[in-house]
Design a protein around this ligand. Structure first.
Ligand code: FE
Length: 163
């Protein structure tokens, strides 16, 4: 969480990640899916979280409660509780969204080509509930050179304790 990378472009960057760089592969159903009806999702999530997770929305930059969070701990899917990111991989990208160099597990997320809004991006979803988390861009620090640009609304944070 203490690392600082070079200034990254914002989430709206039209950059197109090079998926092969990290050896990404099609995800087999490694994780049991959580499938709820739309009514169940609406009952479970706040309107803001529903909009981001289930409708692919994006919170405004610098408004998310986890953007500037520097506390050591772990980040979980706000839809289903799956562990997604660790504070060890969080860094200040300057983008206004919580940014990570990698998920805790390649199988925790699914990465999908997103050609919406006149640009090609790679959408990141929770592998268990298919909730929209954000996008991944090829301008991050670290060995993989990736920036996982996430929405605070998609994440729950729990401080690390007793470690
Ligand atoms: Fe999830």
């Amino acid at each position: 969480a203490q690392r600082r990378g070079r200034q990254a472009s914002p989430c709206a960057s039209p950059a197109s990640p090079t998926l092969d760089r990290r050896g990404l592969r099609p995800h087999i159903a490694a994780m049991e899916k959580l499938t709820l009806t739309d009514a169940e999702w609406r009952a479970r999530l706040s309107p803001e979280r529903y909009h981001v997770l289930r409708e692919g929305g994006t919170e405004r930059a610098f408004t998310g409660h986890l953007n500037a969070n520097k506390v050591d701990g772990r980040y979980y899917c706000a839809g289903c509780g799956t562990e997604l990111f660790d504070a060890e991989e969080k860094y200040d990208s300057g983008s206004g969204w919580p940014s990570f160099t990698a998920p805790v597990d390649i199988d925790a997320v699914e990465e999908i080509r997103d050609a919406s809004h006149g640009m090609v991006r790679t959408e990141v979803r929770c592998a268990k509930c298919d909730g929209h988390l954000g996008h991944v861009f090829p301008d991050g620090p670290g060995v993989n050179g990736l920036r996982y640009c996430m929405n605070s609304a998609s994440l729950d944070f729990k401080p690390r304790q007793g470690e």
